[in-house]
Ligand binder design. Sequence first.
Ligand code: PMP
Length: 369
Amino acid sequence: MNLGVGAYRDDNAKPVVLDCVREAESRIAGKSVMEYLPTNGNAGFIKHSILLAYGDDSVAVADGSIAAIQTLSGTGACRLMADFMHRFAPTAKVYIPVPTWSNHHQIWQDAGCEERLFRYYKAETRGLDFDGMLEDMENAEEGSFFLLHACAHNPTGVDPSVEQWRQMSQVMKRKQLFPFFDMAYQGFASGDCERDAAAIRIFVEDGHKVGCSQSFAKNMGLYGQRIGCFSIMCASPEEAQRVESQMKLIARPMYSNPPLHGAAIVSAILGDPVLKKQWFGEVKTMADRIIDMRAQLRLALEKSGSVLKWNHVTEQIGMFCFSGMTGEQVDALRVDHHIYMTRNGRISMAGVTSSTVGRLASAMHEVTK
Ligand code: PMP
């Protein structure tokens, strides 16, 4: 049972190509040329992508004060942000949550940025260390960057509530901290792409100038197409033009220009209200299957005779369950039960199916007795 990789599987543990993606591909087939895109990518894609993040009614999108560029998926967007930060705020520190997607550390380190950590997850409660996080924000130097997972935090599955996001936004505003949202799972947390963008919208409402990384790897199942978007909200359309020009200056010597196909797929879907609606439905189907697997896993664990608490299995959200199992327990799952996951006890819930959830629960009970 492979529960390591953060990729969606259907209830037969098979990879999925969404129907809306198949339809978009059939519309594109034979029509697109193979010419280079400009350095900033496909203009239609960028427009649809930022509307999805900031909202159809976003004033900043409408008046052109968001600088944005197509990227090599979410990783590429984070890397461009890190390089941008290193170039234009060379003494600023980037605050990264503990824990986080491990590549975040490497991305900002390789870009030459100085990293600081902030408290995020509390092992005792398997929930958010809200007080610790606010304290770290209070103590951060003015002008620091904070890397925030917009929704479905990887690896913990623990997200702040709407009220907690509001409080974080207030503290960060007062302290003049720059919020950078990594949004790799829009739609995967609640099943609703709009709801999952709540954090960004709250910060924007409060007057922050946010940065954002978007990925269509998970929510459109476009993993290997490497399609994403990096944006920074600016004070005016003129400033946005200057910032976008600097983004291009960073991208150009790195990869010259981004790939065609993924951008064409996303813009075909988001640009057609019928296909977009279908996509919203398909994201919800994926999210609902994961939510259902969480419920089944918790129930099976509670029925297995385990005396441990498993409420976090259903309370955490998104693709991952931060199970609380130790490295030794994960080793035992691998050796004794052929169940594979990362050694921090993170289960990719997207890899669990209705025919394997029972075996997973009894194996987890075995190794945590
Ligand atoms: N950010 C987070 C939090 C992630 O979990 C991932 C994927 N594991 C990414 C960014 C980047 O993914 P990709 O480059 O495939 O879009």
